[in-house]
Design a protein around this ligand. Structure first.
Ligand SMILES: *Cc1c(COP(=O)(O)O)cnc(C)c1O
Length: 220
């Protein structure tokens, strides 16, 4: 299937229930242009260097979503243009994003990444850590970030009930934390679901799916 046909198929399955983030990591710019021409306006990259290389080569009316682990010393490279950082997993990182956003004269939207998978290797906060970060006094000082929701990755398994349980748990946490209202905490987005599980994720309440290989083919 062509990139355009894959995007059309995914969009028709989503039926407007969730926003599609096309995950373009490792893919060359000409494939991103094909996705752009097919109407895609939200791209997700997991590495700062790759994102900053590609961003100037594409039209400006695009959203850039950072979906991978972010090191504090790299925040400044993306602060002027990034639309949403899905992978915030510490107060220290949030403070650095705030500092660089202020320098760039912006407010940067962020999601807290929550660890929901059984695998040990994936980054993220647990429910208690996320709640205390959101309720903590340090957050009040961060006027240049806005926490708009949560992101999570399910276990890489064929066990559908397990994936569903993990997504459902994240949605419950999302609903619980949505009660917290501060100037810079306004929950509206729940980023969950990838190529193999995005329909399950949408059924469980996802508002943003991050889909790579189902659009661009397998990565090397
Ligand atoms: C690579 C990646 C995706 C997309 O994975 P696919 O299985 O290719 O759809 C989604 N989210 C994150 C955080 C990723 O790193």
């Amino acid at each position: 299937m062509t990139i355009a046909a894959s995007i059309r198929q995914i969009e028709s399955r989503l039926q407007g229930r969730a926003k599609l983030i096309a995950v373009t990591k490792t893919k060359p710019v000409d494939l991103l242009k094909q996705a752009y021409d097919a109407g895609c306006r939200r791209f997700g990259e997991n590495k700062v260097q790759e994102m900053t290389e590609k961003q100037p080569q594409l039209p400006a009316d695009l959203e850039w979503h950072l979906i991978g682990h972010l090191q504090t010393n790299k925040v400044k490279q993306i602060a002027s243009f990034v639309t949403l950082i899905h992978s915030v997993d510490s107060l220290r990182l949030l403070q650095e994003i705030n500092k660089q956003a202020a320098k760039a004269g912006r407010v940067i939207d962020c999601l807290l990444q929550i660890h929901i998978a059984q695998e040990e290797t994936k980054f993220g906060l647990d429910a208690t850590e996320a709640e205390s970060l959101l309720n903590g006094p340090e957050l009040e000082a961060l006027a240049n970030v806005r926490i708009v929701g949560l992101m999570g990755m399910a276990t890489n398994t064929d066990d559908e009930p397990q994936i569903r349980r993990e997504f459902r748990g994240l949605k419950q946490l999302f609903d619980h934390l949505s009660g917290i209202r501060k100037p810079n905490v306004q929950f509206s987005e729940l980023s969950m679901g990838m190529s193999g599980d995005y329909l399950l994720a949408v059924e469980e309440g996802s508002t943003m799916v991050r889909v790579g290989s189902a659009i661009f083919g397998a990565r090397n």
